[in-house]
Design a protein around this ligand. Structure first.
Ligand code: DLL
Length: 432
């Protein structure tokens, strides 16, 4: 089923016309109402009247996280505070958060967009959905909540924490849909086992996971442990929160709600727009946001776009799942290493569990030292101390061939690495 067939199966030509008129309105609106954008455009000799085609957007400057932080908290809002009915903020751990403001119209659109991705995931009025995202400044809880209500699902706003109780609710309420980060889904499975409950015996049918990178291998692991179909959905506070893009039943990329968000992919080094099919950084421009419109926001998320026809009938562009960010790339002795590459290797080793931590440090003052700590899987590892060394060696050599740098592997006790309720922390870089 498609939530909004008119918009989600729109023809390319109609979409371009709609996007252009919305883009012209947005650029004109920020020019008039947000001093930051007016100054930015004027510095480059740009005027809203110069937007005559979608491609003209490429002449406009990017907006970065720093610009958003510099205007903390409400400096980039395009509407007076009396029109802003809600704020959310990013979960950044350092510095000031990014604050997003929504008018009531923005909230109505937001729940529509989340209703779309919910329907894409195959979730509807028959479902009971437990939202294990925090309800607060984070966009995950409230964002998913209202979209799920919109499709008529029964929402269990469990929020985060108290994992044993979460499992009791999943079982007693007959919850069919789990909404969480992929890492929290795995943790739920682990705690269920500790409670003597087989997670696959729960009535869970679909998982709608997002908010952090996860690999295809991790998806298989979650599906096997929880006995559900795991779908991915993507979004960011700066643009709206969840509801930017989601997977349909084909699970061949995430459909972007392009009538509300204009997406470009750029080469992160040069800033030039690259063609569909080429990997790069996602850049978003909001097309209908009233409270907090954003022009050419550099997300730092790495993906690839395709406009090939999807089996589900939707015509919107799809983005490959985000497995990394330009700023999570580690440079180890000059070689680029992405945490997702390490995850992919670990997920293929049956003796270890899907819980790992990457620790980077300096050795002998100059050399970078990469250590991968990963938990042993007691169900599949029954060997001796010597066998442990053998497993470590096996993982090290696989990592070396994939990463082309050497990594020390340290097998650690099951459940000894810290679990998080929200986004998992996978990297500690002690060099900085
Ligand atoms: O994480 C919004 C969200 C909530 C999306 C719930 C999906 C579900 P932020 O806290 O602002 O917003 O973090 C945004 O998280 O730029 C990506 O780096 C990452 N991210 C979000 N979804 C995915 C995903 C929410 N499905 C940042 N896959 C983004 C990979 C994701 N990374």
């Amino acid at each position: 089923m498609i939530w909004d067939p008119k918009q989600e199966t729109i023809s390319g030509e109609a979409l371009t016309t709609l996007q252009l008129s919305r883009l012209q309105n947005t650029i004109a609106s920020v020019y008039e109402t947000v001093p930051f954008y007016r100054a930015l455009f004027e510095r480059q000799g740009l005027h809203p009247s110069q937007v005559q085609s979608i491609e003209d957007l490429q002449h406009f400057p990017f907006t970065t996280k720093d610009a958003l932080r510099d205007n903390y908290p409400f400096g980039l809002f395009a509407r007076p505070m009396k029109d802003i009915v809600r704020v959310h903020a990013s979960s950044g751990t350092t510095g000031k958060p990014i604050v997003a403001g929504y008018t009531s119209n923005d909230l109505a659109i937001w729940s529509e967009l989340v209703a779309r991705i919910t329907t894409m995931a195959g979730v509807g009025a028959e479902d009971i959905a437990q939202v294990c995202f925090s309800y607060g400044l984070f966009t995950g809880g409230f964002g998913l909540h209202y979209g799920l209500e919109k499709v008529g699902a029964t929402v269990v706003p469990a929020s985060v924490g108290n994992t044993e109780k979460q499992i009791m609710l999943l079982r007693d309420f007959g919850v069919t849909v789990l909404i969480a980060t992929p890492s929290y889904a795995l943790y739920l499975a682990e705690v269920a086992v500790d409670m003597g409950i087989d997670p696959c015996s729960l009535p869970l049918r679909v998982g709608m996971f997002g908010s952090e990178p996860w690999t295809d291998q991790m998806r298989l692991e979650i599906e096997a442990r929880l006995g559900l179909t795991a779908t991915d959905n993507y979004g960011l506070t700066e643009i709206i929160g969840p509801g930017v893009a989601g997977e349909c039943s084909a699970r061949a990329g995430l459909h972007i709600n392009e009538d509300h968000f204009l997406v470009e992919v750029i080469d992160p080094q040069t800033g030039h727009v690259v063609a569909d099919g080429t990997e790069g950084e996602l850049v978003f421009t909001t097309l209908t946001k009233e409270g907090f419109p954003v022009i050419r926001y550099r997300s730092k998320d790495i993906s690839v776009l395709t406009r090939a026809r999807c089996a589900c009938g939707r015509t919107t562009a799809r983005m490959r799942r985000v497995t990394g960010r330009t700023d999570d790339m580690l440079i180890i002795n000059g070689v680029n290493v992405f945490p997702s590459q390490i995850e992919s290797v670990l997920m293929e080793i049956k003796e270890v569990a899907p819980h790992y931590l990457i620790v980077v440090d300096k050795k002998k003052r100059y050399l970078d030292d990469l250590e991968v700590r990963v938990e042993l899987n007691r169900n599949t590892f029954t060997g001796s101390f010597r066998d442990l060394e053998e497993v470590e060696r096996k993982i090290s050599s696989k990592l070396a061939s994939v990463l082309t740098v050497s990594a020390r592997v340290k097998l650690v006790e099951p459940k000894s690495l810290e679990r998080t309720m929200g986004k998992a922390k996978r990297v500690i870089d002690r060099r900085t």
